[in-house]
Design a binder for this molecule. Structure first.
Ligand SMILES: [Ca+2]
Ligand SMILES: [Ca+2]
Length: 205
């Protein structure tokens, strides 16, 4: 083997080694990128747990029990006695002052706010109806009940509305809104529709 041949072989081996290093580096990098993508997917999963949050609030010092009734495009209705239907979930039925004290490991904790919450975990395209029903109204004068409908991904308030509830048994349609397949809110009206009557009609006899 002459000197130049030896030198050529060394250069070739160097080149080969460098190429191998580059391949290894690319390989490692691609795995790192897959890991990052997976992490992002996980974060998306957490974010996607609720697409819409509906809250109803009324003055904290009242022992009145107002209820959220929500229907989806498949005809499912959630309220205090059907807490989970389709992709909707009644997170909390606030009954005025009755369930304001919560037993925890730290003792009794008072939850002072009058707030009832329904979450919608996924999108079914079509019309949703949100009603407020005055289940128990101990207070005399008309009471303001505020309902907020928030879209989560991305965050925006679809409806923020305060109604006056004057009698026990009063049912008010807060909003009817239509969601398209992409999750976009397209139409919002408040044309009245009773969900108590709808639930009764649909109930097995
Ligand atoms: Ca309630
Ligand atoms: Ca309460």
């Amino acid at each position: 083997m002459n000197r130049s041949h030896y030198s050529n072989t060394t250069t070739f081996l160097d080149l080969l080694f460098n190429m191998l290093l580059a391949f290894v580096a690319l390989f490692v990098l691609s795995f790192a990128m897959i890991a990052v993508e997976k992490k992002n997917e996980k974060t998306e999963d957490v974010k996607a747990k609720a697409e819409f949050i509906i809250t109803a609030t009324w003055p904290n010092d009242l022992d009145d029990d107002y209820d959220l009734w929500v229907s989806d495009p498949d005809g499912n209705i959630v309220f205090y006695s059907r807490r989970e239907e389709g992709l909707m979930h009644l997170e909390r039925d606030d009954t005025g002052m009755v369930n304001d004290y919560i037993m925890t490991s730290e003792g009794i904790v008072k939850f002072h706010d009058n707030v009832e919450t329904v979450s919608i975990r996924g999108i079914i395209p079509g019309e949703y109806i949100v009603n407020i029903h005055a289940y128990r109204k101990k207070s005399g004068p008309p009471i303001p009940v505020t309902v907020k409908i928030d879209k989560i991904n991305p965050m925006s308030t679809v409806v923020l509305k305060t109604i006056q509830v004057s009698t026990q048994g009063q049912e008010t349609t807060i909003s009817r809104f239509t969601i398209n397949a992409a999750g976009k809110v397209q139409g919002v009206t408040d044309l009245p529709k009773s969900l108590l009557e709808t639930a009764e009609e649909g109930a097995p006899r």
